[in-house]
Design a binder for this molecule. Structure first.
Ligand SMILES: Cc1cc2nc3c(=O)[nH]c(=O)nc-3n(C[C@H](O)[C@H](O)[C@H](O)COP(=O)(O)OP(=O)(O)OC[C@H]3O[C@@H](n4cnc5c(N)ncnc54)[C@H](O)[C@@H]3O)c2cc1C
Length: 418
């Protein structure tokens, strides 16, 4: 047991969400420590596809998505996979997911996503300043390529949502696509180019560079496994870890996919699903890519990183503790070879990570109802790298008792507790 006074805020989870929250809190003169069983940015924040798009306002569940699900599920190398034993636990979430795709709800979700993503490049640049790792964020396009020559124009729901938010969009044919990204296969016949965005050249290293800055600014990182949290006297929190008991004045849960495990013993039940994704990295690729590239047909993203070319994708529902199915990473080899015909595939490295996903593609950010000094910043699903810096700003404003000039109701945990 520690006799030292706790810092102003204790953060459980040193993924990109916890790290960005720490930086924003420190900016406001609020002291923090972060507890993580692994090092900083070792969870989902390590192995994602690196897309940082201010224009990311299209939720995963859209009107009519149910029509695409049977094909996606039945194809062995398709983007969606469910372990059948997991189905009973998955179904209630799936029903909420389909409901979230109703037209009237999707417009509101798009606005809420836009609030979190719009300033992401600018905020990352601010956080990275002075780290010596500014190069880990590169300006780029989002190249969304497809095999059909019929371009996904304004009749497409996702296109309309982005257009409505003012995204700089350009529709291109196959020839123009290869002028922008010469390594792409001639199978791609058309594409959508989203401009004015960025990519992380290595999301894990980006997170670690920001964690190092937080450390320099006074944050303390503790490598411990948190076993439980419960209210303590004087409106604080008692944290049981594998290295003893810690006390917190204010507690921020930023533990990604594991967050609800800490909250369930307190009686807080939120529909957070564990959406596992995989990447395969080609360490000696022999081809160059300039942008983030999405294969719209096969639903995976490929991008050049400092460690090679990385393809990332797959939504696998199998629970939090099931071992990785390495075949899913291997599928990305064939798919990426088809995308980049000159790719060398001898030296590869696979990875699995878990997205913390609510049915409506939005995170929980803010105070958790029914408790004092307990805050949430988790559930960023497919978009956590992009949403992290603004999430951190919102959390820091709330904890500094500054009311952000935003509609925060869409991120409240209450939306699931009524
Ligand atoms: C394949 C894939 C591709 C993706 N591509 C993109 C993309 O291109 N752009 C984008 O914006 N997003 C992307 N994402 C989503 C993004 O990676 C996540 O939303 C984001 O990383 C979540 O960050 P986090 O900090 O909440 O979680 P994590 O990074 O998982 O961090 C949670 C941390 O909490 C710690 N923790 C949990 N429980 C405990 C405990 N009990 N005790 C101690 N420590 C604990 C864990 O060790 C972990 O370090 C992708 C995700 C995947 C899987």
């Amino acid at each position: 047991m520690s006799d030292e006074a706790p810092p102003d805020v204790t953060i459980i989870g040193a993924g990109i969400i916890g790290i960005c929250a720490a930086l924003s809190l420190l900016d406001r003169g609020i002291s923090v420590n972060l507890i993580d069983r692994a090092g900083p940015a070792e969870g989902a924040s390590y192995g994602n596809a690196g897309v940082i798009s201010p224009w990311s306002c299209v939720p995963i569940s859209l009107p009519g998505i149910w029509r695409t699900l049977p094909k996606a599920l039945l194809e062995p190398d398709g983007p969606l996979s469910i372990r059948w034993r997991y189905l009973p636990r998955f179904l209630p979430w799936a029903i909420r997911f389909l409901q979230a795709g109703q037209t009237n709800r999707v417009y509101r979700t798009a606005e809420a996503m836009d609030q979190l993503n719009r300033p992401n490049v600018e905020l990352y640049r601010r956080h990275l300043a002075g780290t010596g790792k500014e190069h880990l964020l590169q300006d780029c396009y989002y190249v969304q390529a497809q095999r059909s020559p019929i371009m996904p124009g304004p009749d497409n729901f996702g296109y309309r949502l982005r257009e409505q938010q003012g995204a700089p969009l350009e529709l291109v044919d196959g020839k123009q696509l290869r002028e922008i990204e010469p390594a792409l296969s001639s199978d791609y016949q058309s594409g959508l180019i989203i401009k004015n965005q960025a990519r992380a050249l290595h999301p894990g290293d980006l997170g670690k560079a920001l964690a190092e800055k937080a450390r320099r600014n006074g944050a303390e990182f503790l490598q411990r496994d948190v076993q439980s949290v419960r209210p303590d006297d004087d409106a604080g929190w008692r944290i049981e870890t594998d290295g003893g008991t810690l006390f917190a004045s204010k507690l921020l849960i930023a533990a990604g996919a594991w967050s609800t495990r800490l909250l369930e013993p307190l009686g807080i039940r939120l529909p957070l699903e564990y959406e596992r994704g995989y990447h395969l990295e080609f360490r000696d690729p022999g081809v160059e890519l300039r942008h983030s590239v999405l294969d719209m047909d096969r639903k995976f993203v490929t991008s050049a990183m400092t460690s090679g070319i990385r393809s990332a994708g797959t939504a696998e529902f199998a629970g939090l503790d099931a071992p990785p199915d390495n075949r899913r990473a291997e599928i990305l080899k064939t798919l990426t070879q088809a995308m980049l015909p000159d790719l060398k595939v001898d030296n590869t490295q696979g990875w699995m990570g878990t997205r913390p996903s609510f049915p409506d593609s939005l995170p929980c950010i803010g105070e958790i109802p029914g408790f004092t000094n307990l805050f949430a910043a988790f559930g960023h699903s497919h978009f956590g790298l992009g949403m992290a810096p603004k999430t951190g700003e919102i959390i820091a404003d709330l904890l500094a008792k500054r009311r952000p000039n935003l509609d925060l109701s869409c991120y409240q945990a209450e939306r699931f507790l009524q």
